[in-house]
Write a protein that binds this ligand. Structure first.
Ligand SMILES: Nc1ncnc2c1ncn2[C@@H]1O[C@H](COP(=O)(O)OP(=O)(O)OP(=O)(O)O)[C@@H](O)[C@H]1O
Ligand SMILES: O=c1[nH]c(=O)c2[nH+]cn([C@@H]3O[C@H](COP(=O)(O)O)[C@@H](O)[C@H]3O)c2[nH]1
Ligand SMILES: NC(=O)CC[C@H](N)C(=O)O
Ligand SMILES: [Mg+2]
Length: 537
């Protein structure tokens, strides 16, 4: 599928972060975005000569490698030929030092944790170093995570800060804007770390502080119009979730009814989901949306299937089939009305997905096959438009708010494409879906009533198809169990269970047992991720 993105760097000053594989690389990106500066993370293997745009400044990340490893990732010398400021962090410092002829050796004591950074008086006398350390106190706590150290700095560099254990905790080139620091300014435990990054980006690189969602809206709409043209038609899968709704809203603002949203009712959506999506997207936002009811088809395809991966694959494939049929119908209708055929596909891809796919560390092991609509076959020849490709989830929410979307939609917990089907262990039937759906509705309603919805990143009720004995109205029952899940997380990669007040759990449990037929027990999942995952399957 062809890409049709006009580069965002043409619109915003961009700091380039080269990822050497550090676990903190994405944090550097987050921090800089918070200052209102646009930045991008690319693998360290990116050749500067093939970049096609000029960054305003470059940051070299940390790495699990040692610079003296035979397979250590190397910095592209092109980085230093651009004439833009460069900041090396940990491995970035070590690699920069090695490149310019300095020396790096293993430390006697590996150092993981706090250290006191002391800015040398000489640094205050030097305008570049003063810029990097502006507003810092002479001593501050920084966070270390290294086993190697620079033992001799390259010629032409000078030391500007030290710690008790690191004589070269911060260095700079005597003339050029090349800096290296041994500690990690991107982690919150480095008390002045944020300020150092801010100084580097705003003072040293002089990047414009124009990365705000309100600037983004105007520029993105103009970009979409330039790509799609006066008559082009765009289709897109819309779920009623935050990401696709925000993407659809932007698209609607850019091209009106030439955007055709398709919501697939897969029979495993939450209670009232399609009606709610229609109310918000069509009635309130005016989006051109078709709701395709394929619930029977999904449930028929899922009949008798128990294996989690098989269930996910069936749902993913059915999504594609239904979406392609609907897309073709829209295409035919556009052509019949004398319009252009559909040439573009809207996708709600977010930046974390992009980071994951370009990771220097390579793809991680498949834990679950994630299924989204839009994974269409090559021969559809649609060109992708991904307006949220550069944004993190919190930025998408901010955008949604600025676009005037209701809080109820902006703050919705994420809901996976395969829906309730991966929240019913084993076989999925219409009856089982009805039980899980009702319990989930009650659960979320009570969470909202208790004022806890925004504190929880994601919550849902799952159905465990095992039976236990109970007693209701003096009668013996033999019924299934509902398993409640609620997690706190910022990136959904790791998560911890939410510590509910007991009285809220009590109310939820009592309501579910009383109101949901076929259930006589409620359990609460107290597993973190890892070792568990957020969804059950
Ligand atoms: N029932 C559906 N009908 C149409 N498209 C869907 C459906 N479910 C998922 N999708 C598509 O799959 C994409 C990925 O789903 P995902 O759940 O990650 O995002 P979302 O639903 O837009 O937002 P959220 O993360 O808040 O749930 C959606 O953006 C949407 O394009
Ligand atoms: O759109 C989606 N399609 C999927 O197939 C899918 N599987 C899991 N999820 C969501 O991803 C996050 C992490 O979930 P796990 O810890 O279960 O992997 C959680 O937010 C899950 O809800 C999905 N989203
Ligand atoms: N965090 C880092 O970048 C570590 C760099 C290198 N592996 C060291 O141990 O010093
Ligand atoms: Mg969703």
């Amino acid at each position: 599928m062809a890409e049709s993105n006009i580069a965002v760097h043409e619109m915003f000053d961009t700091i380039l972060i080269l990822d050497f594989g550090s676990q903190y690389s994405h944090l550097i990106t987050r921090r800089i975005r918070e200052f209102g500066v646009y930045c991008e993370l690319l693998p360290c293997t990116q050749k500067i000569s093939e970049l096609g745009w000029k960054p305003t400044g470059i940051i070299l990340s940390g790495s699990p490698y040692s610079v003296y490893d035979h397979d250590a990732p190397r910095v592209d010398p092109g980085v230093f030929d651009l004439g833009v400021p460069v900041l090396g962090i940990c491995y970035g410092l070590q690699e920069m030092s090695t490149y310019f002829g300095g020396k790096v050796d293993p430390c006697d004591h590996r150092e993981y944790g706090p250290a006191t950074l002391r800015i040398l008086p000489a640094a205050s006398a030097d305008s570049q170093s003063s810029m990097l350390f502006e507003e810092l106190s002479a001593e501050s706590q920084v966070w270390m995570s290294h086993g190697d150290q620079v033992t001799a700095i390259p010629e032409g560099f000078r030391v500007i800060a030290t710690t008790n254990t690191a004589p070269f905790a911060a260095i700079r080139h005597n003339e050029k804007s090349l800096f290296g620091i041994q500690f990690h300014p991107e982690v919150t435990h480095s008390v002045d770390g944020k300020q150092i990054l801010k100084n580097f980006v705003l003072k040293v690189c002089k990047a414009s502080k124009n990365w705000t969602m309100s600037e983004f809206i105007g520029k993105e709409i103009a970009r979409i119009r330039a790509i799609v043209g006066e008559k082009g038609q765009v289709i897109g899968a819309v779920s009623g979730g935050v990401d696709s709704s925000v993407a659809a809203k932007l698209m609607h603002m850019a091209i009106g009814d030439r955007f055709h949203g398709i919501l697939v009712d897969n029979g495993v959506m939450r209670h009232n989901e399609c009606a709610l999506a229609k109310k918000m997207l069509v009635d309130k936002m005016g989006i051109n949306l078709k709701i395709a009811d394929a619930s029977d088809r999904f449930l028929a395809n899922l009949a008798g299937k128990k294996d989690p991966e098989e269930k996910r694959k069936i749902i993913g494939n059915t999504f594609i089939d239904v979406f392609e049929e609907e897309a073709k119908a829209i295409d035919d209708a556009c052509a019949a009305a004398g319009g252009q055929p559909v040439e573009f596909l809207l996708q709600g891809t977010l930046y974390p997905d992009v980071i994951e796919s370009i990771s220097f560390k390579g793809p991680s092991a498949t834990i679950k096959t994630h299924h989204n609509v839009g994974g269409l076959k090559e021969n559809m020849k649609l060109k992708l438009i991904e307006p949220l490709r550069e944004l993190f989830k919190d930025e998408v929410r901010e955008l949604g708010k600025l676009l005037g979307m209701d809080d109820e939609l902006v703050w919705r917990h994420p809901f996976p494409g395969p829906g309730i089907a991966i929240r019913i262990l084993g076989e999925v039937t219409k009856e089982q879906v009805a039980i899980a759906r009702k319990a989930d509705y009650i659960y979320i309603e009570e969470i909202k009533k208790a004022g806890l919805y925004r504190q929880i990143a994601q919550a849902y009720a799952a159905l465990l198809p095992i039976k236990a004995v109970g007693v209701k109205g003096d009668k013996r029952t033999y019924e299934q169990m509902i398993c409640l899940r609620a997690v706190e997380t910022s990136d959904f990669m790791t998560a911890d269970w939410f510590p509910f007040p007991y009285d809220v759990l009590k109310r939820i449990s009592s309501r579910i047992c009383n109101e949901v037929e076929g259930v006589n027990r409620v359990v609460y999942d107290v597993s973190s991720k890892p070792p568990a995952t957020i969804e059950l399957e």
